[in-house]
Design a binder for this molecule. Structure first.
Ligand code: 13P
Length: 254
């Protein structure tokens, strides 16, 4: 049985002080039953990880901590980069890897993404591997080729056991930050396609991999998306910045 997972990707938002308030407010709105049904994760910017972790630890909150990026080397002359172990030592358990904004704006290649996936796993954390097509690719009918290629490249050299514990987020680029969500059927079909692709690589382990949808997920559309067999949760951007709204997404069945 795959447990649902809803992760907030705060992107480049929130100072460390704001992060403290956001995590506290979120925790006031969630109860034991919510955490039983959903693994709740917040992914603040690097500079806010330590403060978020302190709140989570001090208040014994069952909220997971995620980072938005990582570098694959362990240490050395890589000015501005952050090593996997630096995150692991901060109790970070998830790392978003290969978000489309990193691929598009910062030139991350499939090879870079694969190195990061392996480095995150080596450090004992869980990668959230992001994949998704542009609007032009969807119109050209190459959505599956693009997404399938990203999944295969991202998972190259990763063992089936590791893949079982991983998270893959399907985020159609045209749906990110636009208010245009993929239809439940389209998103569900792509999640199934991704699981089938993973099964090609890793066999039965694919049944354990959690697949998320991301792209303008909000309290109004989350329930329909979550009803799809192969969608196990969400990677939420804008709607994760307001604790009330994010709590409503997490409590999607209410
Ligand atoms: P929005 O929810 O703001 O569309 O962002 C989705 C996303 O990119 C999450 O990683």
């Amino acid at each position: 049985m795959r447990k649902n997972l809803i992760a907030g990707n705060w992107k480049m938002n929130a100072t460390h002080l704001e992060a403290i308030q956001m995590v506290q407010k979120l925790s006031y709105r969630l109860d034991h039953n919510d955490y039983q049904r959903v693994d709740v994760v917040v992914c603040p910017p690097f500079t806010a990880l330590r403060s978020a972790q302190t709140v989570i630890e001090t208040d014994h909150l069952p909220i997971g901590l995620g980072a938005q990026n990582v570098y694959w080397e362990q240490k050395g002359a890589y000015t501005g980069e952050i090593a996997p172990d630096m995150l692991a030592k901060l109790s970070v358990s998830y790392v978003i890897v290969g978000h489309s904004e990193r691929r598009e704006l910062f030139g991350e290649t499939d090879e870079d993404v694969n190195r990061k996936v392996k480095a995150v796993l080596d450090a004992g954390m869980t990668p959230i591997l992001c994949v998704g097509e542009t609007e032009a690719e969807r119109e050209d009918g190459v959505t599956e080729a693009k997404v399938g290629g990203q999944v295969r490249a991202g998972l190259a050299g990763v063992t089936s056991d590791q893949i079982a514990g991983m998270v893959v987020a399907y985020e159609p680029i045209w749906a990110i930050g636009t208010g245009r969500t993929a239809s439940d059927d389209d998103a569900g079909a792509m999640a199934t396609y991704i699981r089938n692709t993973i099964a090609d690589i890793a066999g039965e382990a694919a049944e354990e991999t959690r697949i998320l949808y991301g792209g303008s997920m909000n309290p109004g559309n989350v329930a329909g998306l979550m009803a799809k067999r192969d969608i196990d949760g969400g990677l939420v951007g804008g709607a994760s910045l307001d604790p009330d709204t994010f709590a409503s997404v997490i409590r999607y069945w209410v």
